[in-house]
Each structure stands twice: as structure tokens, then as C-alpha cells.
Design a binder for this molecule. Structure first.
Ligand SMILES: [Zn+2]
Ligand SMILES: [Zn+2]
Length: 179
């Protein structure tokens, strides 16, 4: 949904529901589920406030199962007209953390939805907080099939022997330790 900024009424614009956004995402598996935005002009700027919810398929970082993740974003963005001069100083108020731009009198709400959804994605998605993950020995999903594999830590004594063998083979003896 693209809004012509000059046509935003003085009282603002209320955008409710997802029907005005048939294809906000490139990936058709991403789904916009809920949206409520108010679009208000502030001189040349446009304020967009409200919330949206997007369902995004993700992969559990532990068991690699596909999981739907709900991203809920509180929107509080200010759009300024894109500066015409490159490098032009912009005065940003410190509390205006989310400042974006629009150009040619057009404000693209689909782009806002994409940005908010991507920013809201979890860094390390897990299917559930107590996901047991994959067994490092047999590779099985331990949520589904508990296996009897024993995870062996490398034996520190073996490491010492290996180190000794390397020293022998390279001709570096333990001479320094004998008087
Ligand atoms: Zn998992
Ligand atoms: Zn196993």
C-alpha cells in the first residue's frame, strides 16, 4: 500500500486490517496477520504509529525443525522527505530513533511492514525453551526419539600423549626438563 503524502487528510489516516496488503513480502510463506496503523502528517514529515503482527517460518536453532514465529512490532516511525542534497545535515531529535524517508510524495507502507518484520525476528529461534536439540553422536532429534548415545568429551590424558608424540616426531625432546 502506497500512500500519497499530500493526500493524507489533516485528521490523519487510519489503516486497519491486512486486506490492503496482499503481498507485502517477497517470500509467500511470510504472512501479515494483523495490522493497525495511524498515519499522520507533521508538517513535511509523516508519523506512523500502531502495531502489526507477522507470522514467519523459522528453523529451530537446536533441533532444526521448522517453526512458525509470530513477530509483533510496535510501530513508531517518523518519515521525512528524502533530502535532495547528498550529505545534507539532518537534525534528528534524540528521541526520534526510528527515522526513515519517503520520496516523491510517496510513502510505502509495505516497505515499513517488511522492515519491522525483519527487525523483530528472533536472533536464535527455538521451537520451545526446553528443546533438547539434535544428538551430536547419532544426529537424531532428541525431542522425538530419546537415544542412548553417550557424549564423550575428549580425554585430557590422550591430548597430552598426542602432544608428546608430536614432540618426539619433530625431534624436540623434553631435554629442558632434565638437568
Ligand atoms: Zn527445537
Ligand atoms: Zn544419539
Amino acid at each position: 500500500m502506497i500512500i500519497r503524502v499530500s493526500e493524507i487528510p489533516d485528521a490523519g489516516l487510519q489503516v486497519e486490517g491486512v486486506r490492503d496488503f496482499p503481498h507485502p513480502f517477497e517470500d509467500p510463506a511470510w504472512a501479515l496477520e494483523e495490522l493497525s496503523l495511524s498515519v499522520l502528517r507533521d508538517k513535511d514529515d509523516v508519523l506512523v504509529q500502531g502495531y502489526l503482527r507477522v507470522r514467519v517460518p523459522q528453523t529451530c536453532g537446536r533441533c532444526l525443525e521448522s517453526i512458525p514465529v509470530d513477530v509483533t512490532a510496535q510501530v513508531d516511525s517518523r518519515f521525512c522527505p528524502r533530502p535532495l542534497v547528498r550529505g545534507e545535515e539532518l537534525e534528528l531529535a534524540p528521541d526520534d530513533l526510528e527515522v526513515d524517508f519517503y520520496a516523491d510524495d510517496l510513502l510505502d507502507l509495505d516497505r515499513l511492514i517488511r522492515t519491522e518484520a525483519e527487525l523483530g525476528l528472533p536472533m536464535k529461534p527455538v521451537c520451545r525453551s526446553d528443546c533438547r536439540g539434535l544428538c551430536p553422536v547419532c544426529g537424531g532429534n532428541r525431542n522425538v526419539t530419546p537415544c542412548a548415545c553417550v557424549e564423550r568429551l575428549p580425554d585430557p590424558r590422550l591430548a597430552t600423549l598426542k602432544d608428546f608424540a608430536v614432540r618426539l616426531s619433530t625431534g624436540v625432546s623434553a631435554r629442558t626438563s632434565t638437568p
